[in-house]
Design a binder for this molecule. Structure first.
Ligand code: G1P
Length: 297
């Protein structure tokens, strides 16, 4: 019987420089896709996968995140008075039970591996999930839920995986494939951000992980890797050498890189188009602007 995955780590300490000036005062994770902040998509996905404890690795200037998950008594009272039950329901999803959420500070920007390691004391000897809120995945069955189900069969460490164009491998962790079983791929190793010529495959790691506690122990000993940072990829690869299997999981769904402006805009359009209250207006607007664009060419 596999142990249940009930804790998730959300690394949210990044400065979000790609979104300056907005991120000068607003944490990137609070930026909104349609009407929900990025982090809410991550939380909703985690909840649907059975996660009960939410651990945020933050940094200076992320106070708005803590407020976001807190109760808002004045606002709630006002909505109650006005009978806005629907909005009260919406707000319910943003709050957490006392003790279900924890914040740990990463004091120095030493990399994703280091951020995850900062949460080590909140993880006992149990598997845990890591969700990178920048990677937003639109899917019928939420990506982490798909993974939890597959993990029930495979165990070990599991990372979400997706084929990318060979020229893009230098933006991702990349799997060295040992055995391709279709949806699940067994890995021989993993490399962080390899150049196209050096990439072992074009199967890239996307920001969803189910990890064994041994990865946290590996992180303790990890030296700086690619970009001078302590890499999560390296600590997971280290597990392979110690006999813990690592599998890539080809998820069903569309992934948006909301760490980039283009990805954020694409996600905004895609999520808006999936909403019945916005779809028609947006479609006719898009139609209008794209035909003006074509005429100008
Ligand atoms: C991180 C990981 C990388 C992974 C990527 C997915 O990189 O280090 O292995 O492929 O997330 O989005 P980052 O995009 O934070 O540089």
């Amino acid at each position: 019987m596999r142990r249940k995955v009930t804790k998730a780590i959300f690394p949210v300490a990044g400065l979000g420089t790609r979104f300056l000036p907005a991120t000068k005062s607003v944490p990137k994770e609070i930026m909104t896709l349609v009407d929900r902040p990025l982090v809410q998509y991550a939380i909703d996905e985690a909840r649907e996968a059975g996660i009960k404890e939410f651990i945020f690795v933050t940094s200076r200037g992320k106070g708005a995140l803590e407020d976001y998950f807190d109760h808002a008594p004045v606002l709630e009272q006002e909505l109650r008075k006005k009978g806005k039950d629907e909005l009260l329901e919406v707000l319910k999803k943003t709050t957490m039970d006392s003790g279900a959420i924890a914040y740990v500070r990463q004091h120095k920007a030493l990399g994703l591996g280091h951020a995850v390691w900062c949460a080590r004391r909140l993880i006992a000897d149990e598997p845990f999930a890591v969700i990178l809120p920048d990677d937003v995945i639109a899917a019928e069955t939420p990506c982490l839920k798909q993974m939890v189900e597959a993990y029930g069969e495979t165990g070990g460490n599991m990372v979400a995986a997706m084929e990318v164009a060979p020229a893009q491998t230098s933006s991702y962790g990349v799997l060295d494939v040992k055995e391709d079983r279709g949806q699940v791929v067994l890995a021989n190793g993993m490399v962080e951000k390899p150049k196209m010529e050096e990439a072992p495959s074009n199967l890239a790691v996307i920001g969803r992980y189910i990890l064994e506690p041994s990865v946290l122990r590996n992180l303790q000993k990890m030296k700086q890797g690619t970009g001078g940072e302590i890499q999560l990829t390296d600590a997971i690869a280290e597990d392979i050498t110690q006999g813990v299997p690592v599998s890539g999981f080809r998820f069903q769904g569309q992934r948006f890189d909301c760490g980039s402006k283009a990805g954020f805009l694409q996600a905004t359009v895609a999520f808006a188009l999936s909403r019945s209250d916005l779809r028609d207006d947006l479609l006719s607007f898009l139609h209008e602007v794209t035909s003006v664009d074509k005429a100008a060419q």
